[in-house]
Design a binder for this molecule. Structure first.
Ligand SMILES: [Zn+2]
Length: 425
């Protein structure tokens, strides 16, 4: 207070006036501390309030995530007997306790089929069947927490019963091995979306990694139509822009991007360009935002490219694999990070370009090796919802992103399938 006393030295009211001045300053200082601490606690309470509001919302609408790769992560660890999904699995991003904490209502589990199966190992169709088998057994193992779902009505019924819906999506159209019969059998097994390609192009659909200006072939369009007739959603994550456009023109049902973000914010070929986002409303489809840091943050994407170049240079020096792994790990640790706020930016960008009816969540958990800060695993979904609320989103719009949009798209696909089977269109 000595410093404050000095300001009263020029006070004209004599010693008494100076004393009054000092007391006034002390009171003002005290009040400012009170006001500041109240402001800080209000801000703190607000963050808590948004989270509480998010939790309350997610008790009224099932949060549906478009893509989670836990089936292949479990397979890679030796199968279902090697991983107890009912208890915390700190090395994974997904388990039942954290699905519960994250209030997940429905999850599309990826029946991922590596493109290497095109050349060797089990046939792609067999690999897909094994993944579907794993998903169904995983779900059956925890009947109190998980239940299979094959329709929007199933998801809603399971949600009311307090269970997480297990939905199946095949990742990689090579699984059908160019056979519409195989496609029909996958649909009969309960597959509800197929990602047309993975990282490698097929004869009938072109992958995002491909520089060729090729899209869907005639057979590719037949696949899309048959998927429409079967009620299997066409998933355009992983295809190139021409295939996106071709599929949008060929399909009768809404289509989805099960795990892709916005290319305007991170210039990755796996993300969706604005030119395509603008076509999505007329189709009625859905873009489910991916959490992969390289798809979310332009800085991370660019840094990843520079690491790739350094890896190639190091390999050229003849470095052994341990030295390579150490270097890649060190470079990764030094690199930029993506954040929860940036994921929210993607959701807002897609809302701004395509509309709030066409954006959802497709985390890609357990298929990604890095995660955004604040979105480390499936328990963190409510934090993302809370961030949207903090930004001023209405509860109704938040509900759409969380799950209502996915349910609407599933219902529309079911309706188109029923009409096509009746021969109405
Ligand atoms: Zn993927």
């Amino acid at each position: 207070m000595r410093g404050d006393g000095k300001r009263c030295d020029g006070w004209r009211g004599g010693p008494q006036g100076r004393e009054a001045c000092r007391r006034l300053l002390v009171t003002l200082a005290f009040l400012s501390v009170v006001v500041l601490s109240v402001a800080v606690s209000v801000r703190h309470l607000s963050a808590q309030d948004y989270r509480a509001q998010a939790l309350r919302i997610l008790q009224t609408v099932p949060l549906i995530d478009g893509h989670n790769d836990i089936p292949d992560a479990i397979r890679a660890r030796g199968g279902l007997d090697s991983v107890d999904f009912a208890v915390l699995q700190p090395k994974l991003m997904t388990d039942i306790p954290r699905l519960r904490t994250g209030l997940v209502g429905g999850q599309f589990w990826a029946a991922y089929v590596p493109v290497t199966t095109i050349d060797s190992g089990p046939h792609p169709a067999v690999y897909a069947l094994e993944q579907i088998d794993l998903i169904k057994r995983l779900c059956a193992k925890s009947p109190r927490d998980l239940a299979m779902a094959y329709s929007a009505a199933d998801v809603e019924r399971n949600f009311k019963a307090g269970k997480v819906s297990c939905l199946i999506g095949i990742e990689g159209g090579h699984a059908i091995e160019n056979s519409l019969g195989a496609l029909r059998m996958f649909a009969a097994l309960g597959v509800r979306y197929i990602t047309l390609t993975h990282w490698r192009s097929l004869s009938w659909a072109t992958a995002s990694t491909d520089t060729a200006r090729r899209g869907l072939s005639g057979f590719g369009r037949d696949v899309v139509r048959e998927m429409n007739r079967l009620g299997v959603l066409v998933d355009l994550s992983h295809v190139n822009d021409v295939t996106m456009s071709d599929a949008l023109h060929a399909t009768r049902a809404p289509l989805i991007f099960s795990h892709s973000s916005a290319r305007a914010l991170a210039h990755h070929s796996r993300d969706v360009p604005d030119s395509i986002l603008r076509l999505v409303p007329a189709n009625g489809g859905l873009v489910m935002v991916n959490f992969n840091p390289a798809f979310v943050s332009e800085a991370v994407r660019a840094y990843g490219d520079s690491v790739d170049a350094r890896v190639r240079a190091l390999r050229a020096t003849g470095a052994d694999s341990a030295a390579m792994a150490d270097s890649v790990h060190a470079w990764g640790a030094r690199g930029p990070k993506a954040t929860l706020a940036q994921v929210a930016d993607h959701i807002e960008h897609i809302r701004d370009v395509a509309g709030v009816d066409h954006v959802g969540i497709g985390s890609d958990f357990d298929g990604i090796t890095e995660v955004p800060v604040g979105l480390e695993d499936v328990s963190r979904f409510p934090d993302l919802i809370a961030e949207l609320l903090r930004r001023g989103w209405s509860e109704q719009d938040v509900r759409k992103v969380a799950g209502l949009n996915a349910l609407r798209v599933m219902r529309a696909a079911e309706r188109v399938a029923a009409e096509m089977r009746k021969g109405k269109s």
